[in-house]
Design a protein around this ligand. Sequence first.
Ligand SMILES: [Zn+2]
Ligand SMILES: [Zn+2]
Length: 436
Amino acid sequence: MIFESGSEPVIEVGLLLAEKIEVCLHGNYSNKEKTFTNNIEITISDKGLVVDGNFYFEPDGLNLKPENDATFTVKDVVFGIGFHWERLEDLTFKGELGFKIEDRKIRLINRVTLEDYLKSVISSEMSATASNALLKAHAVMSRSWLIAQLIQKHKPDTHIADASNEIIRWYDREDHSGFDVCADDHCQRYQGITRITNEKALKAIEETRGLVLKFKDEICDARFSKCCGGITERFDTCWEEENPPYLQPVFDGTGTDTRNYYDEAGAKAFILKDMDAFCNTSDTKILDQVLNDYDRETPAFFRWKEEMTALEIKRLLKKKIGIEIGDILDLIPLDRGASGRIFRLKIVGSENEITIGKELEIRKALSESHLLSSAFVVDKITDETRGSTLFKLHGAGWGHGVGLCQIGAAVMGEKGYSFEEILNHYFKQTSLEKIY
Ligand SMILES: [Zn+2]
Ligand SMILES: [Zn+2]
């Protein structure tokens, strides 16, 4: 990221890594030596990058700048890697185009201004029916999160603490080398200008240009997830052992809720009971503001159920995290965060037992893709005659639950709250500041 105080940052998005890349240029793209137009094909030789059969060498790879409003289309970009909705799409981008050699493959890079990047990210995450308050809150949050991530670029990302009977891992956004962000959900889903038809999102971004959330002098690492389930979660339930003051648990509704969700009785009372929270909605008009079509394949999220046999869990544990502890006898939550999300789960097997965490590791271990959240209580039903065991999970929320709750924020926007009020609700002790 090129970031000088007072001016708009330019960020590098890593789009693809392949042995051969085809790009269709709409308009002229040029470097010092040559102007390219129409289709170009980039491959690799021992000497370096080969464009349409001609060898090119620049220390930083090949960098092409657009003339006027030129854009480019890339074929077969993969989205949702590892998720149930993984798919390939042809996508169109604006800004500069770069090719770098990485692991004997070609990395395609798009250099784009931060505001253009945000326009793409926010319009592909939300529909045109979203309220202006929701779109503006999202714009400020995404801008803050992104700049905070790129300034921080330091933290250890993936943690693996394997004791003999305990696997505690967490996965934060890993820093990329050679570029700032990737185009998939690992960073934020970025589809170029392909889906920028959302005039309301564009207006919200323009209206909040350069505006970020700050806690004291620090730009906030403003996290968000789909649905908190009624209470937002603590940072350290999901990631490292720190708790930024602006990411404290909040009751996602009017008033306060001081019940205890940390112990089993409290979690059970919370998860099994419907409650009056902003994100407890089945209003499809509001859900459409936050969920894309493919996300709507998951209908129940505020409270949900999942069933699995002991045999299935045994198979999943082996496949997903490579552990074998015999037949699965029990799932015992050991530690929960503020929203009931489990961050240490003991799994008792006939040969051994193991404790796993944090929240994402638990969600991965107990599902072919991911459980909606780790806020669940377990009902164990044993069939003595058949000798089989069924585990019924009753769960709450969708995602890690830290920071802004997207569905809750959409409801707040519909109820007439301003974007400042939405941000202040989820991010305590913060202020807004225009930094360019
Ligand atoms: Zn990434
Ligand atoms: Zn919520």
